[in-house]
Design a protein around this ligand. Structure first.
Ligand code: SF4
Ligand code: SF4
Length: 282
């Protein structure tokens, strides 16, 4: 075992070592000329070792890759442009194993009754373990796992608690990073639209256009751009603004109770403080 096994192992190492130079010669200078070359050299069928010069070069992530979640917003229906697909049902927050999702349900300012829209939505990306349960369980396809993994920053408090503004991305973005899954989901819903729109269309006697690759509003071909060599991003300088409060900061003073009949306003600062406290307790 020791004699033959070691020789066998060394032979495999030598083969990869040699193949690296063969590939280097074969693709010399042409690595970046065609997108396919870059893809082949990163792929499973590549010969030898291929070093990715990150961050000048980036490996194209597979479609099923998942990092932190984002919220899908409407960008097809003109009457609902920019609106969240999320109905603030709270299922994602319930199933999230480390409990890093906080949702505040929206209310109608006139009647005070709850509306199916989140007024605030927070995800603590330091706690998120990228499991994808939230996206799996969402009945409205309103939360999806993003491909953006470059989120390092000097601030561990505010920048890593993503609010609704930071989380929201249009549905065409989801189609661009995961065309196959987006198509499967749309086929299951019965159209490219949000399931509520599809329901109301059916009630009105209209038939949604069946989703196909051809009527996808975002070209999947744009996916390959992810693997293009990019310029080195400038390192984010430490924020010049006032330093962030320490984790063990004193709890915020409780808000004054709302007058009878007055609509209780969502206090974002208090919510962020509450999240920081919960983080410091963990
Ligand atoms: S993202 Fe989905 S599961 Fe979470 S609250 Fe919104 S609709 Fe419900
Ligand atoms: S990916 Fe997992 S850990 Fe992260 S927010 Fe979703 S359910 Fe929670």
């Amino acid at each position: 075992m020791y004699g033959k096994g070691i020789a066998k192992g060394l032979w495999v190492t030598f083969k990869h070592f040699f193949a690296t130079y063969v590939d280097d010669v074969r693709y010399a200078g042409r690595k970046y000329m065609r997108q396919e070359n870059f893809g082949v050299r990163q792929g499973l069928n590549t010969q030898g070792a291929f070093t990715v010069q990150y961050p000048d070069e980036k490996i194209a992530v597979p479609e099923r890759f998942r990092f932190v979640p984002f919220l899908v917003t409407e960008d097809q229906d003109a009457s609902r442009m920019g609106e969240d697909w999320c109905t603030s049902c709270g299922i994602c927050a319930k199933v999230c194993p480390p409990q890093c999702i906080w949702i505040v349900r929206g209310t109608n300012p006139e009647t005070g009754r709850p509306v199916p829209q989140p007024e605030a939505f927070f995800i603590d990306i330091d706690i998120c373990m990228n499991c994808g349960f939230c996206a799996e369980f969402c009945p409205f396809d309103a939360i999806k796992m993003d491909h953006d993994y470059e989120m390092a920053s000097y601030d561990r408090t505010r920048h890593h608690i993503h609010d609704k503004q930071k989380l929201s991305k249009p549905s065409s973005y989801w189609k661009s990073i995961a065309p196959t899954t987006a198509l499967e989901e749309a086929a299951a819903r019965g159209g490219w639209e949000h399931s509520d729109i599809i329901k109301s269309m059916k009630k009105a006697g209209q038939t949604p256009v069946p989703p196909t690759k051809e009527n996808m509003t975002f070209e999947p071909a744009k996916l390959v751009e992810v693997a293009q060599p990019v310029a080195v991003a400038a390192v984010e300088a430490p924020a010049a603004e006032a330093p962030a409060p320490k984790r063990a900061a004193a709890p915020a003073a409780p808000a004054a109770p709302a007058a009878a009949g007055e609509k209780k306003k969502f206090d974002k600062a208090a919510m962020l403080e509450k999240i920081r406290q919960r983080k410091s307790e963990k």
